[in-house]
Design a protein around this ligand. Structure first.
Ligand code: KG4
Ligand code: ZN
Length: 321
């Protein structure tokens, strides 16, 4: 069974040819990072236009790399949501048109379900039930995956997604977009104990997350204690009026990155382990762009080992959309 799969939920234009559900014959991703970087985040209208330009060549490359012709396909698949509506429409309508022209079935794929299941592309034997931590620029969700197609949402962020917090902290530090990978790299050279940022536990009784308070704590720290590190273009107008004289940076940007990352990762790890223990599940998987974070991967694996859990991370290329 050969499926051509199309993904345009956010800013990456992607196509893959997959055999029998798990054998990825080709996967082509055209990144739009350069288009959106100067705006500090994804601009939906630009993302749609780029998808229209890129999708044809991306599909053709995926078919070529897999050595498959259109006539050899058995079905098409496309992300139906959640995502940027205009961006989704480009991929979905392309897939619908191809399905009509080729008289092939079209499978609509839920974006979050594909993150929950992405580990199975590399490790098809990961056993159900498992807890899945889906952490990206748009979501921070904990699921109990009981079986394929059977998922229960255990917790979610009540405000910012974890990736959004990484991106906003990077913006405050003038590190560009997307910020997660840069923070990850810089954190490795900083002292995570240099600043004691809050651990944003909403409450131990819930598996929900909250990251907007942590982001604000980083802003107040930079404003009051290290204004030299605060990038002027990383601020809203309101914030820029609040920046004081300060005393010069006593800490380095690397320290702020490390301390912020430590706080965010600690909460993600604690809630994920709590979710597995409270449901009596012994397997945990991660997914989404933030699952590429080196500290999250290490800390969750260590905490999992201490708690007797099997923890699986997809390779970084399969973490993202
Ligand atoms: O899943 P994804 O590619 O797109 C969606 O948001 O759906 O995730 C992108 C997010 C961005 O916020 C980016 O900063 C973050 O994932 N990210 C990371 C790392 N790599 C990507 N965050 C922390 N550490 C990383 N190494
Ligand atoms: Zn995603």
């Amino acid at each position: 069974m050969l499926i051509l799969a199309i993904e345009t939920s956010c800013d990456d234009t992607s196509a893959a040819v997959v055999e029998d559900g798990v054998n990825v014959l080709s996967g082509v991703v055209s990144s739009q990072v350069e288009v959106h970087a100067k705006y500090g985040g994804v601009v939906p209208e630009l993302a749609c236009r780029k998808h229209i330009e890129n999708l044809g060549p991306v599909v053709q490359m995926a078919l070529n790399e897999a050595g498959v012709k259109l006539e050899g396909l058995d079905a098409l698949a496309a992300t139906v949501g959640p995502g940027l509506v205009g961006a989704l429409l480009v991929g979905l309508n392309t897939a619908k048109s191809m399905s009509y022209a080729l008289r092939l079935p079209l499978i609509g794929v839920n974006h979050l379900e594909s993150h929950i299941l992405s580990i199975l592309l590399e490790k098809p034997d990961v056993p159900f039930p498992y807890v899945a931590l889906v952490v990206s620029g748009g979501h921070t969700n904990l699921y109990l995956a009981e079986a394929p197609c059977r998922y229960e949402l255990l917790g979610r962020t009540r405000d910012d997604a974890a990736g959004e917090a990484f991106d906003k902290v990077a913006k405050m530090l003038g590190l560009g977009y997307p910020g997660g990978p840069v923070i990850d790299r810089m954190a490795g050279e900083g002292n995570p104990e240099a600043v004691d940022f809050p651990r944003p536990y909403i409450s131990p009784d819930t598996l929900d997350f909250s990251f907007s308070g942590l982001k604000t704590a980083v802003f107040y720290f930079l404003r009051d204690k290290a204004p030299a590190l605060l990038a002027s273009d990383g601020l809203t107008d309101k914030q820029s009026h609040q920046v004081g004289e300060g005393t010069g940076a006593a800490v380095k940007a690397e320290d702020v990155a490390a301390a912020f990352q430590k706080s965010a990762v600690e909460v993600l790890v604690a809630k994920t382990v709590q979710a597995a223990e409270s449901r009596g599940v012994s397997t945990v998987v991660t997914a989404g762009g933030v699952a590429a974070n080196s500290a999250l991967r290490k800390e969750l694996s260590d905490a999992g080992e201490a708690a007797g859990l099997q923890v699986y991370h997809p390779s970084p290329a399969l973490c993202t959309d």
